[in-house]
Ligand binder design. Structure first.
Ligand SMILES: Cc1cc2nc3c(=O)[nH]c(=O)nc-3n(C[C@H](O)[C@H](O)[C@H](O)COP(=O)(O)O)c2cc1C
Length: 386
């Protein structure tokens, strides 16, 4: 094997492990990287306690682009850290907005726990354009004491929620009650929740096929691969340093990276073992997937994207309450040109007929082995400094 090929293989193994967790001689997740998952301790400022839950929201590529300003008393101002975007995979920052919606939903739930109503005013200085986001606030939140508030039962799942990329139990279907709980969790949002399972084997197979094809495209689109490489955190030291991105603790890539043999500036060629083996691994996870779910919105403005994020995290918490795992699959929903056919295909599969209608989230669902949490930077790291 020549050196270039070797680097490619290692690079491929790494990205595979980042997207599909792997076993073997792994390094341990540094305790400091996951300390946030113990939940906030006593805080003199209740806003920090609330944020201790909000930062546990899912975020595309675990970038945690939430920038929080607490300088005005009783107020939380949320902006987007525009150095934490994914311009290649998510050119219009739709997924970033979804991730901000998930943050706001957990913030709302945590506020309720304290008897505080979170009055969330979205885009108080104007909505972002459809293509760009900027430094203007995503939301201004005022916390108001309200004795009539009802606590949110899904709150108890926040510390337990995980994105699970393992193989799922093919023959263990999700119970009708659980689907109902997931559907109920998104009311009264104006969006459409749907799912497909083993009772529709032909349709289920079409979902698997599309997920596999979109994944193949992602893996063979060099600039998107390199963008993912740029947020890989390889080995315990990098994970501990960054506490964001895609943590990779498997032995082989960690060793190769340590030896300087994994060059994160080179993307593997389509016929490399790196790519073909990942496609095979991902296909086997798809084959083990008993169900898919999705969220469709009637339009795609920024407020709608935020609401989709709020709804998605509620679904994930409702799933978690029933022991069901989810893994979002964003590839076919992404707006970069190479995915145009996948994008059209998911619309066809889910029978979208109106031009503005948008599939905001698509995920595999099922029962999976328990996994550990993903790193978080912690509340202090999310705060705007004076
Ligand atoms: C909008 C959005 C898109 C996502 N897309 C994917 C995806 O395509 N594949 C995947 O494995 N995880 C995806 N995720 C999950 C994130 O990678 C995950 O939230 C992050 O790594 C943190 O892990 P956690 O959810 O376990 O806290 C997505 C999450 C969000 C909010």
């Amino acid at each position: 094997m020549d050196r270039r090929k070797f680097i490619r293989v290692v690079g491929g193994v790494s990205i595979a492990a980042a997207t599909i967790s792997s076993a073997g001689c792994a390094q341990r997740m540094p305790a400091s990287a996951i300390a946030s998952w113990r939940g906030p301790g006593h805080e003199a400022d209740v806003r920090r306690w609330i944020l201790g839950y909000a930062i546990l929201a899912p975020h595309s590529h675990n970038l945690q682009s939430w920038l929080v300003d607490l300088r005005t008393p009783d107020e939380i101002l949320l902006r987007c850290d525009t150095s934490r975007l994914l311009p290649e995979a998510d050119p219009f920052s739709r997924q970033i907005m979804i991730s901000h919606g998930a943050f706001l939903e957990l913030l709302d739930m945590a506020s309720r726990e304290c008897g505080l109503r979170a009055d969330i005013s979205l885009f108080p200085e104007g909505q972002f354009t459809a293509v760009d986001i900027d430094q203007r606030p995503v939301a201004r939140i005022r916390l108001v004491a309200d004795s009539t508030l009802v606590r949110e039962p899904l709150f108890t799942q926040i510390l337990k929620r995980r994105t699970n990329r393992e193989s799922y139990e093919l023959t263990r279907p999700i119970a009708p009650d659980t689907w109902l709980a997931m559907a109920d969790s998104v009311k009264p949002n104006l969006l459409q929740f749907g799912h497909v399972g083993p009772d529709q084997p032909g349709l289920l197979q079409q979902h698997r096929k599309l997920a596999a094809e979109a994944w193949r495209i992602e893996l063979t689109t060099a600039r998107v691969v390199l963008e993912t490489y740029s947020v890989l955190r390889i080995g315990a030291a990098e994970v501990e340093l960054h506490r964001d991105g895609m943590a990779l603790l498997d032995g082989v890539p960690v060793l190769m990276s340590t030896l300087g043999m994994f060059n994160r500036h080179i993307s593997p060629a389509a016929d490399d073992y790196a790519v073909t083996s990942q496609i095979r691994d991902f296909n086997s996870r798809l084959a083990s997937t008993p169900a898919f779910l999705w969220l469709i919105t009637p339009d795609n403005d920024r407020q709608t994207q935020i609401n989709a994020g709020r709804a998605f995290v509620r679904i994930q918490l409702a799933a978690s309450a029933a022991g069901v795992s989810l893994q979002p699959l964003s590839q076919a929903l992404q707006e970069y040109s190479e995915q145009a056919q996948s994008y059209a295909e998911i619309r066809r599969l889910l029978e979208l007929s109106q031009p503005g209608q948008t599939v905001q989230m698509w995920a595999r669902a099922g029962f999976a082995p328990a996994i550990g949490p993903a790193p978080r930077r912690g509340v202090d790291a999310q705060l705007v400094r004076a």
